[in-house]
Design a protein around this ligand. Structure first.
Ligand SMILES: C[S@@+](CC[C@H](N)C(=O)[O-])C[C@H]1O[C@@H](n2cnc3c(N)ncnc32)[C@H](O)[C@@H]1O
Length: 170
């Protein structure tokens, strides 16, 4: 566990989501993976993510990163909780070990420089995450800074293209 995360857990200001995700991935099966793929297809209004760059902000178990990868995307997953990062890494090991199209690392959506260095994505996906960061406004701003065409953020689904913005409450 990194020292900042560990200190926050010690101070009881940080919930350890990763512990829950560690249990959850033991229950994962092909049916749940397929359901995640279908939910992404329906939310994004696409059949495939072939050739798209997909950023999973706060990947948790890694299930939606796996679903996006299975739909053809080049995926970058990150999470602040080291145990969540371990879960996502374990899903990659189990289902896409040899893939060069899926990268997993630890980072915080509140770290503007980290987000900036990740570059541009076609889809920024952040479900159930930004309101857990302690600074939701900064988290939204950073998540959107990747210049993405499509953002899926929990509670607010925004399907954008570079010249027009349409937001739909979900
Ligand atoms: C409720 S879970 C959602 C996980 C996943 N997005 C999903 O839909 O299954 C919230 C996740 O956000 C992560 N998280 C919390 N603060 C974060 C931050 N500042 N940067 C990145 N991830 C963060 C947590 O560690 C946890 O894995």
């Amino acid at each position: 566990m990194n020292s900042t995360h560990a200190a926050e857990v010690e101070a009881k200001t940080r919930f350890e989501f990763g512990k829950n995700w560690t249990r959850f991935i033991g229950l994962l099966d092909n049916q749940r993976i397929r359901q995640a793929e279908v939910s992404l297809q329906q939310m994004l209004g696409v059949e495939s993510l072939q050739g798209k760059r997909f950023l999973d902000v706060g990947s948790g178990s890694g299930l939606f990163s796996l679903a996006a990868h299975n739909l053809g995307a080049q995926v970058h997953s990150f999470d602040y909780d080291p145990l969540s990062v371990n879960c996502t890494t374990e899903l990659k090991r189990r289902y896409a070990d040899d893939s060069g199209d899926w990268q997993v690392d630890q980072g915080s959506v509140l770290d503007h420089e980290y987000l900036h260095n990740l570059g541009q994505y076609d889809v920024v996906y952040s479900w159930g995450v930004l309101h857990h960061t302690g600074d939701m406004a900064q988290a939204i701003s950073n998540a959107l800074s990747g210049g993405s065409r499509t953002c899926a953020i929990s509670g607010l689904c925004s399907l954008d293209n570079p010249s027009s913005h349409r937001q739909t409450q979900t």
